[in-house]
Design a protein around this ligand. Structure first.
Ligand code: FA5
Length: 345
């Protein structure tokens, strides 16, 4: 067979194999076999030297055309194979969009925690900073330095959980954080202290563990009027401008004068229910002017400085905000109950 016929035969064979290639790997091996450096076409061209210049030109031209044709054919086949592979892949991984999806529960803040954040934010916006203290607290900070000596009847006001560590209790209120703040800072002092507190209490409005937020402002010239103003802003921000508010004279050993603040019951709108014990009002916080005995305990000059303090119950506020009629619902972890508060914050 002369070279021209050899090249034509080679072309036919290559085209046949290209068509037959079932995947990119096979196609590549055909390319290497015929067009590669050590391929069949190169082998034929190596023998060109034996030909006359005229024949050489003729054969060389043919070889080039065949090479180009084969390359073009390989390119086409390559694209075909790629498309085919993609189609197969898509078929294999077909997504059935009619299938029901699997549920991923997205969590959300508990109403008590979101209420606590909201309240803290309101006070921070008024310039208060956030302070914290431990839940296992020194008896001295929880009672003595707050003007509640051991034999004082006021210790009975808050039924205490004692622990087996001499001189420590589970704090019954956040007021010890006042002491911690006044021992470590010089006036002017303005803090809010959110946190958990513990008491032997259990009924629809009392829980053995609950949250309080303490507030303390100490500076020169602070009066009861400042206290009323700040609490009014807080209550109107939390419950809206129309919320009925009343200050009732009260007694706390660490404040003088002292008051308790009630707001109109939002559950029954004042007509009477078990949350407000049929009074139409619910007590949400205690407050007053810092007692000079407390200033003495922490070494602040009460002739120069005055201050107010307050302590509010977060659960009570959450109950009134979301019309919850039993504090225990907040701690039962009933998912049906909890789901109602999704997205409140
Ligand atoms: C105190 O705890 C004082 N330390 C508050 C205070 C601070 C007064 C600073 C003056 C100056 P009281 O025991 O009243 O006060 O509790 C404050 C609030 O906590 C109450 O108004 C009520 O909203 C809430 N609270 C009290 N006991 C419970 C309880 N067991 N469960 C849920 N909330 C409670």
């Amino acid at each position: 067979m002369n070279l021209i016929d050899q090249i034509k035969a080679l072309k036919e064979e290559a085209l046949r194999l290209i068509d037959k290639a079932v995947d990119l790997e096979k196609l590549n091996s055909v390319r290497v076999e015929f067009l590669g450096k050590k391929g069949k076409l190169k082998a034929i061209l190596k023998t060109l030297g034996k030909l006359s210049p005229e024949e050489r030109k003729q054969v060389g031209q043919l070889a080039n055309t065949v090479k180009e044709e084969l390359e073009e054919r390989i390119k086409q086949k390559e694209e075909e194979l790629k498309k085919q592979a993609l189609a197969e892949e898509l078929k294999k991984n077909k997504v059935d969009i009619t299938l029901p999806h699997s549920w991923i529960e997205v969590g959300s803040a508990h109403p008590v925690i979101s209420t606590m954040f909201e309240i803290v934010e309101t006070f921070v916006a008024m310039g208060f900073s956030v302070a914290q203290g431990p839940e296992v607290e020194k008896e001295a900070y929880n009672f003595d330095m707050l003007n509640i000596p051991p034999d004082h009847p006021a210790r009975d006001m808050q039924d205490t959980f004692f622990i087996n560590k001499e001189g420590y209790v589970l704090r019954t209120h956040t007021s010890p954080v006042q002491i911690r703040a006044m021992l470590t800072q010089k006036p002017p002092i303005s803090i809010v202290a959110p946190g958990r507190v513990y008491r032997k209490d259990a009924d629809p409005t009392h829980s053995p563990m609950f949250h309080q937020i303490e507030g303390l402002l100490v500076d020169e010239g602070i009066t009861f009027r400042d206290l009323k103003g700040i609490l009014k802003i807080f209550l109107e921000t939390t419950f809206g401008k129309d919320i009925p508010i009343r200050f009732r004279p009260s007694y706390f050993p660490f404040t003088e004068p002292s008051a308790e603040v009630d707001i109109g019951c939002t559950v029954c709108k004042g007509s009477g229910c078990r949350v407000c014990k049929d009074t139409g009002w619910l007590e949400i916080l205690g407050c007053g002017m810092v007692d000079p005995n407390v200033f003495d305990a922490v070494g602040i000059d009460w002739e120069r400085y005055t201050g107010f303090a307050f302590g509010l119950g977060v659960e009570r506020i959450a109950m009134l905000k979301y019309q919850i009629n039993d504090i225990r619902l907040l701690f039962d972890n009933n998912m049906k109950f909890n789901h109602q508060f999704k997205g409140i914050r």
